[in-house]
Design a protein around this ligand. Structure first.
Ligand SMILES: C[S@@+](CC[C@H](N)C(=O)[O-])C[C@H]1O[C@@H](n2cnc3c(N)ncnc32)[C@H](O)[C@@H]1O
Length: 257
């Protein structure tokens, strides 16, 4: 690995087709700039596909994995619902923290659970904390199955990480937001799709079609949810503005989140 000398007063300059931006490296703006560029470059190099959790691939940046661990440990939910299973790594992450807490289960929803992923999840040492539901996350029958699996759980945390179009995420936010208990969170992943449309492997349609639009539309209609920036404080995240806290009655009365 290589080190670059960068003394106090160093600046960063990006030349975007002749349009230049220069920022003091050690200012807060410099950190935000570097973090944003890291997200773009890391997405270009597909670094979100690198991590594994207890043997299963998890499609997240390491900073988001740490934030999810912190959130789970703080909330100690009875049930975690996650849309978007893929290889099962995010389900295993939640299940591992619930196992340490000593209670709870994870409900994973995916439109297509590939046979090898299903086998790996069902053979995993944490399988007893995981329930799989196959179907579109927004289909009526899926919601019936999810509600049945939640049962009378007192605290429910939801992660949305399936199809990342604005329309789909907005539908998921409405349907799954209703399942989140006060004090818990509705986490909508991959708002950073809005920030990577311009990278070489980005897609032009991502510029206007992404989870961030859905999140902001949902928040405009749901004052019971508020963005909690604590969970994205490292600046390196796939989920900007994505950790939404369902405020409690006391917090609504007091005006604090
Ligand atoms: C980004 S991956 C999930 C990554 C996983 N949460 C993790 O962190 O490792 C997206 C998944 O969403 C699933 N998916 C796509 N459209 C869906 C839909 N309408 N309903 C449910 N799952 C869907 C895909 O099959 C895919 O497995």
């Amino acid at each position: 690995m290589k080190n670059y000398t960068a003394r106090a007063g160093s600046t960063l300059t990006i030349d975007n087709g002749g349009e230049r931006t220069t920022i003091d490296l050690y200012s807060k703006e410099g950190l935000d700039f570097l973090s944003n560029l890291w997200i773009k470059s890391a997405a270009q190099h597909r670094l979100m596909y690198e991590p594994t959790w207890l043997g299963r691939p998890i499609i997240q940046f390491p900073t988001d994995i740490v934030a999810i661990q912190e959130l789970l440990w703080k909330l100690q939910p009875d049930v975690v619902v996650e849309t978007g299973v893929a290889h099962g790594g995010s389900l295993v992450l939640s299940a591992s923290i619930l196992e340490l807490i000593g209670k709870g289960k994870v409900i994973g929803v995916d439109i297509e659970i590939r046979p090898h992923n299903r086998v790996a999840i069902e053979e995993h040492p944490l399988k007893h904390r995981i329930e799989l539901i196959e179907g579109s996350s927004v289909a009526a029958e899926t919601l019936v199955a999810v509600r049945k699996a939640i049962g009378s759980a007192k605290s429910v945390l939801v992660f949305l990480d399936s199809n990342h179009t604005e329309a789909h995420v907005l539908q998921e936010l409405e349907l799954y937001g209703a399942l989140v208990t006060p004090g818990s969170y509705l986490v909508a992943h991959d708002g950073s799709q809005a920030w990577v449309w311009d990278i070489p492997r980005g897609k032009p349609e991502w510029k206007n079609d992404h989870p961030l639009n859905a999140i902001h539309k949902f928040l405009a209609a749901h004052s019971e949810f508020r963005i909690d920036p604590h969970w994205t404080r490292h600046g390196i995240t796939s989920s900007p503005d994505g950790f939404l806290k369902r405020v409690t009655e006391t917090e609504i009365a007091g005006g604090a989140a």
